[in-house]
Design a protein around this ligand. Structure first.
Ligand code: UGA
Length: 457
């Protein structure tokens, strides 16, 4: 029999899908996570996350143990028993920068079949006849209406807005902070096909979040663009800061961190995402900025700002290696330690990580690379840097031993703890290229270590 609380299906068990599923289950909703990967099913059902995400494991363990969440292989069983279906599958980049929609289309087909079955014989589906489909994956404007909806209508023979509901609700989770961003979001966005679909999702979100979180309702297309515009503006803030950092490096006495602190306290600008460094990486900013550019280009629209954002970012990893080269007077035969491989702390994800670009460049220049990262070394060795001649150290200290310079590529908290004397004692030449601006230059200089920070002469 159908319970009063909605049942939820999450299609896709990446960090977006699994964190959301765990959160909904933690709020008392029955959740079934559907994946095509048998291995992931076993891991989730044993109470663990199949990837590293800060603070996630205890929640997964709690909700799996209490029976509120389980994973299944395939889609149809999960779709059948649910009132709300969240699509959280990947939309990777194609070579031209546009999004690969094949995973989304595959899920939409399965949903179409499930909607038909449940509308025609609700008894078979435990009373879960009317369903609301929610696209959470990042998709270019028009995708929910022109791609997802027609597939579901065609395969179900049913009508959106009458027989089933459909919304687009982008997520704004940061990897590594996905749990916090899910439990305490700045806002939620509901792009609705029709009022009833929007009302249903609003009711569900209110049950999860109460009244404190602002919830905006708009068209599905606007919601789709909110996501791209947000990520592109955040990426713009970073590239803008890196451009200011490059200017700052030309003038004695300027420190970009001080400058951007002064800039960010203007409430019209805001203090976040103004940290200079080796550039942005990850599966989101580079992919989403490129996808928005490609979407605009197809419609004859120029994207001068976005092109510059990507150019400045590509330059930034190169620039960080140039700093090492300048300080050492050449790279050939030098041993460079790389502390940090993931694109940011608290994740093992190395997609578009500046470390990969920097290591590739160092190896091309015939330098020897010794790398250490608290969690990403396995994925580096087996995938991202596979076949590259990189030495993997067991600790930061081991990586530093005998090095001519060290590049800080990721601001893991453990690296912040390393004192100048450790660099001085272990390194052949105590030179730190602070690609994430985590050290106090003065303290390092007093401790006999040369620390070169991005954005400071
Ligand atoms: C980003 C957005 O922040 C999320 O809101 C969004 O939901 C997500 O993309 C997504 O589209 O799914 P994420 O890529 O996980 O999240 O991580 P961020 O914390 O945004 O960092 C991205 C990159 O920017 C990292 O390489 C980080 O080192 C770099 N960064 C960030 C800077 O170089 N400077 C900064 O000031 C901030």
């Amino acid at each position: 029999m159908k319970s009063a609380k909605k049942s939820v299906c999450i299609a896709g068990t990446g960090y977006v899908g699994l964190v959301a599923g765990s959160f909904f289950a933690d709020k008392g909703f029955k959740v079934v996570c559907s994946t095509l990967d048998e291995h992931k099913v076993d891991i989730i059902n044993s109470g663990k996350a199949p990837f590293y995400e800060k603070d996630l494991d205890p929640i997964v363990e709690k909700v799996v143990r209490s029976g509120m969440m389980r994973a299944v292989r395939g889609r149809i069983e999960a779709i059948r028993g649910s009132d709300l279906i969240f699509i959280s599958v990947g939309t990777p980049s194609l070579p031209d920068g546009s999004c690969d929609l094949s995973f989304i289309k595959g899920v939409a087909e399965e949903i179409g079949k499930g909607v038909k079955e449940c509308c025609d014989s609700p008894g078979v589906c435990g009373g879960h006849g009317y369903k609301v489909v929610v696209v959470r994956s990042t998709v270019i404007p028009g995708t929910t209406r022109n791609v997802v909806l027609p597939i579901i209508e065609k395969l179900s023979g049913k009508k959106a807005g009458k027989d089933f509901g459909i919304c687009m609700s982008p997520e704004f989770l940061r990897q590594g902070d996905a749990v916090q961003d899910t439990y305490i979001p700045d806002r939620l966005v509901i792009g609705e096909h029709d009022e009833k679909s929007g009302e249903e999702l609003l009711k569900f979100y209110r049950e999860c979040y109460g009244k404190k979180v602002p919830i905006l309702r708009m068209s599905m297309e606007s919601a789709e663009l909110v996501k791209y515009a947000s990520n592109s503006l955040l990426a713009t803030k970073i590239s803008f800061t890196n451009e200011i950092a490059n200017i700052a490096e030309k003038i004695e006495g300027i420190d970009v961190t001080e400058v951007m602190k002064g800039v960010g306290l203007d409430s019209r600008i805001g203090p976040k995402f103004l940290n200079a460094g080796a550039g942005f990486g990850g599966s989101c900013f580079p992919k989403d900025v490129k996808a928005l550019m490609s979407f605009a280009k197809e419609r004859g629209c120029e994207t001068k700002i976005l092109s510059s954002v990507m150019e400045v970012n590509a330059e930034q990893a190169r620039h960080t290696v140039d700093l090492v080269e300048r300080e050492l007077g050449g790279l050939s035969g030098k041993t460079i330690a790389m502390l940090g491989l993931s694109f940011k702390p608290d994740t093992d994800d190395m997609r578009e990580a500046p470390s990969v670009k920097m290591i590739t460049r160092l190896l091309e220049a015939k330098a020897k690379v010794k790398a250490y990262d608290p969690v990403s070394m396995k994925s580096a060795e087996e995938y991202w840097l596979k076949g590259k001649n990189v030495e993997y150290a067991k600790s930061a200290e081991e990586a530093l031993k005998g090095a001519d310079a060290v590049i800080i590529a990721t601001e893991w908290p453990v690296f912040k703890e390393i004192k100048p004397e450790t660099f001085r004692k272990l390194m052949k030449n105590p030179l730190v290229i602070d690609g994430r601006r985590i050290y106090d230059t003065k303290e390092f200089s007093n401790g006999g270590v040369k620390c070169v920070g991005i954005g400071r002469k």
